[in-house]
Design a protein around this ligand. Structure first.
Ligand code: GLU
Length: 570
């Protein structure tokens, strides 16, 4: 059982019972993250006068420790930031980059065939240059208030004093690829050759040392000092091409967020190299257009249209999208009103279109299909009292990433997000092929939607591999187009289509739609789908509400004084 401070407990109860948010103070801050200790660290920073960015750094540091299967300083991240003073939005790209020495056939077998995905995951070959810390440093320089050094103290204290292993962390060790083969990970997660179990207290002195170095010397300690050397040595010893120059050369990038006016809101997401922003926006606008000419709003028809819009979005995603620093992508065309109006015309209310073809050409062979799902990655949302907001999705790719542990943290296997085969069957080069210095295409979809006063209305995102896009689009549509509360929207069953079979979440309201969807021509799979949606909504009167996905272990916390929270709940 995780111990919660009374304030956090009250905040969680607020979520569980869905109590009287109407009485909540309009100008309080909020954190929703994947672990109560991470939520608490963020709340503490907000309470100490920190900004949303300050809180994000503390949250990420704690997640590195307590949710090591999902994200951390050995991985990459995408972050949207809304500046409450200027009403501007920034998109920070901390995505991993491929080493300079990587070659086009990196993920091909000697016979020239694409490697099996799970063969490429463990070891050094899929480790990209971690980007999370450089990204946080860049964002902190621009929007931080509290000293960098102080933001790592909650994580350092927990790493030294220990934290309770959660059921999910223990479970991930059981369902994942063999982990015992890689030291020092094996010694950490399998002390005395037995896996750690839920409820155990785990300390991580090596991570405490790493975070102390980073706290005292900044991100340079990670990218240029002994920590960088250890990373490079470990990766090269396991067949990777990462060098000290790759580490030292890494740059986080501040990009222009991609925003469209849909459902009366300016909805913003990450630009490429995450496909999340473009594809979520395509789906939402296609859905809006398809719904415009109808009075029919049954759950079945709504879901059918959402899934058909998703087919169209994924058809384009899989064909055209890649890192725009390396390849040309017709972003404006794919999001133009003319184009989307034409595409929406393909959505029939009475019959599924089946597999959609991409909209700008009609290739004989599709470039790629969306790849398998995994159970890692983490999303958190933050709103501070000054109105600044952060929506950040962070990942080491597969659970426990590459299995390589250095300095108490896991290194990513993010390069497996590249397409393994550099060309389609007809010889066309794939926009997401492996290239030196390039960032692999992501599905991470942090979203911030602004209302007509340019105030954040919804801050949300999720883990879930390529399903992230569907998880997020469904909730943004439910909240902004159908007026659902964020909590109800997150709890509703997942419905996903990645231009293949329709998937509905087992044992939820979505499962009941299966026969109706089959009647409309969908091939339906009923599956468990572990989204990890963590969202904050702000109502027009300034009331804020948060919700953590009940499918994972997250929590909601508020940065108001305990007495104020108490008066709300009791
Ligand atoms: N590596 C994935 C991406 O960037 C995220 C993995 C996940 O969500 O499980 O799209």
């Amino acid at each position: 059982m995780i111990r919660l401070r009374p304030r956090l407990l009250c905040a969680s109860l607020l979520l569980v019972f869905g109590t009287a948010e109407a009485d909540d103070p309009p100008q309080s801050g909020m954190v929703v993250a994947a672990h109560p200790l991470a939520t608490q660290a963020g709340v503490d920073i907000l309470d100490a006068g920190g900004t949303a960015i300050d809180a994000a750094i503390a949250i990420q540091a704690v997640l590195t420790l307590v949710e090591p299967q999902s994200s951390g300083i050995g991985g990459g991240a995408f972050m949207l930031h809304y500046d409450g003073a200027t009403t501007d939005m920034q998109a920070y790209d901390g995505r991993e980059t491929a080493p300079a020495a990587i070659e086009a056939d990196h993920f091909l077998t000697e016979a020239g065939a694409p490697m099996d995905f799970l063969d490429a995951v463990p070891g050094g070959q899929a480790v990209g240059v971690p980007g999370t810390l450089r990204m946080l440093e860049l964002a902190h320089e621009e929007h931080g208030e509290r000293p960098w050094k102080t933001l790592f103290q909650p994580a350092i204290r927990l790493a030294e004093g220990g934290f309770e292993v959660t059921p999910r962390l223990a479970e991930m060790l059981r369902i994942d690829l063999p982990l015992e083969a890689f030291e020092p990970m094996a010694g950490y997660f399998f002390p005395d050759a037995e896996p750690i179990s839920a409820g155990m207290t785990l300390t991580n002195p090596a991570l405490a040392d790493t975070l102390t170095e980073v706290a005292n010397q900044g991100a340079d300690a990670f990218y240029e000092g002994p920590i960088a050397n250890s990373i490079v040595t470990r990766v090269q010893a396991h067949g990777g091409k990462l060098t000290r120059e790759d580490m030292a050369d890494y740059r986080a990038v501040e990009r222009t967020p991609i925003c469209r006016f849909i459902a009366g809101h300016s909805i913003c997401g990450m630009p490429l190299p995450s496909s999340g922003g473009m594809t979520v926006l395509q789906i939402l606008r296609l859905l809006e257009i398809a719904n415009a000419d109808t009075e029919e709003t049954s759950e079945l028809t709504w879901t059918h249209r959402l899934l058909e819009a998703s087919r169209l979005g994924f058809a384009d995603r899989n064909e055209y999208l890649g890192d725009t620093d390396f390849v040309d992508v017709p972003v404006d065309t794919l999001l133009s009103e003319d184009y989307l109006t034409g595409r929406a015309g393909l959505i029939s209310p009475t019959q599924s279109m089946g597999k959609a073809t991409p909209g700008l050409n009609d290739p004989d062979t599709a470039m790629s299909d969306a790849k398998l799902i995994n159970h890692s990655t983490s999303h958190f949302s933050v709103l501070d009292a000054a109105g600044n907001a952060v929506s950040m999705t962070s990942s080491i790719e597969m659970p426990f990433g590459s299995r390589l542990m250095v300095g108490g943290f896991m290194l990513n296997n993010q390069l497996t997000d590249f397409r393994f085969d550099p060309e389609a069957a007809d010889g066309r080069p794939h926009p997401n092929r492996v290239q030196p210095g390039k960032r692999p295409l992501s599905s991470m979809s942090p979203v911030i939607a602004l209302d007509s006063d340019d105030q954040p209305r919804l801050i949300i995102g999720s883990p879930g591999g390529t399903r992230i896009i569907g998880y997020v689009a469904q909730r943004v549509a439910d909240v902004l187009m159908r007026g659902k509360g964020v909590e109800a929207a997150i709890e509703a069953g997942n419905r996903v289509n990645r231009n293949s079979r329709t998937q509905v979440e087992a044992d939820t309201d979505a499962q009941a739609l299966a026969p109706g969807l089959e009647g409309l021509g969908h091939e339906v799979e009923i599956e468990s789908m572990t989204s990890g949606l963590h969202g904050i909504e702000r109502l027009p009167d300034g009331v804020i509400r948060g919700a953590a996905d009940p499918r994972r272990e997250g929590s909601v916390g508020r940065s108001t004084s305990p007495s104020l929270i108490d008066s709300v709940n009791h």
